[in-house]
Design a protein around this ligand. Structure first.
Ligand SMILES: Nc1ncnc2c1ncn2[C@@H]1O[C@H](COP(=O)(O)OP(=O)(O)OP(=O)(O)O)[C@@H](O)[C@H]1O
Length: 240
């Protein structure tokens, strides 16, 4: 997939990111930058720091050292409340297990983050239905998660991530629970719908097919930007 917008602004960046869990190294000094409309895959061996990087960039964890910038604002120094508001208003999240609330229909699941942020139920549900239609689920808006297929449920999760018009969507193994064909549809939808809106996407994945749908891949090895496991030669840190 080509990403042909070198003039796009860097919307999210991390500089010299270090994170330890006690004696365990999560990140050992990572630099990363993502532009608006760009999808970045984060790959690497298990336990080498991918999820830690995602959580630090998303303000879920604070780094021990380094800086995180989102749209010109330094965010790693915000307090817990500030980072919570930031995540709710400016970021979207998609997880492997969709994390939808089982007792709510799809439209209310998607509307929930807007209502938590103070929007009226009527307006939030209206926006949720519009977003569900954009991910091809207009007819499923009234169904509960248990009445949806795995791929449909993940599309609802994508709608929930997009409904607040985030600057960056973070996804941790978004296709990990799906078969290959459904996973391809879901990642195409996620990357297409998010980047079409000008959002950046950061996807942690073990799946080469998912990375192939992104514009660029960052390999994390031992908490650092490293070479992909199979090809170590002439590595420059960033794969175009
Ligand atoms: N909350 C925590 N407390 C202690 N150690 C942790 C914690 N979270 C992660 N770690 C450790 O930090 C290192 C990096 O973990 P991380 O989850 O970032 O790796 P990962 O590359 O995402 O792994 P996977 O592909 O298996 O999900 C690992 O050694 C892990 O055991």
């Amino acid at each position: 997939m080509n990403f042909q917008s070198p003039q796009s602004q860097v919307v999210l960046s991390g500089h010299g990111l270090v994170k330890h869990y006690g004696p365990v190294v999560g990140l050992a000094g990572v630099d990363v930058a993502v532009r608006s409309g760009e999808a970045l895959a984060v790959m690497g061996p298990s336990g080498n720091g991918k999820t830690t990087l995602l959580h630090v960039l998303a303000g879920i964890l604070t780094p021990d050292q380094g800086e995180v910038w989102l749209g010109g604002e330094r965010v790693d120094q915000l307090n817990d409340a500030g980072r919570t508001v930031l995540r709710r208003r400016r970021l979207g999240f998609v997880f492997q297990d969709n994390q939808l609330l089982a007792e709510l229909p799809a439209d209310e699941n998607v509307a929930l983050p807007l209502m938590v942020d103070g929007m009226s139920r009527r307006e939030a549900v209206g926006r949720a239905r519009t977003t569900l239609a954009q991910v091809g689920l207009a007819a499923e808006a009234g169904r509960r998660p248990g009445e949806l297929s795995g791929g449909q449920a993940q599309r609802v999760a994508i709608a929930r991530a997009l409904v607040g018009e985030p600057q960056v969507v973070f996804a941790d193994e978004p296709t990990g629970a799906l078969d290959a064909a459904t996973g391809s549809q879901v990642i195409d939808l996620l990357v297409g719908a998010a980047t079409h809106r000008g959002a950046a996407v950061v996807v942690v994945t073990h799946d080469n097919a998912v990375a192939a749908r992104c514009h660029r891949t960052l390999h994390i090895v031992d908490g650092r930007v490293g070479a992909p496991a199979a090809t170590g030669a002439a590595w420059t840190g960033v794969q175009q």
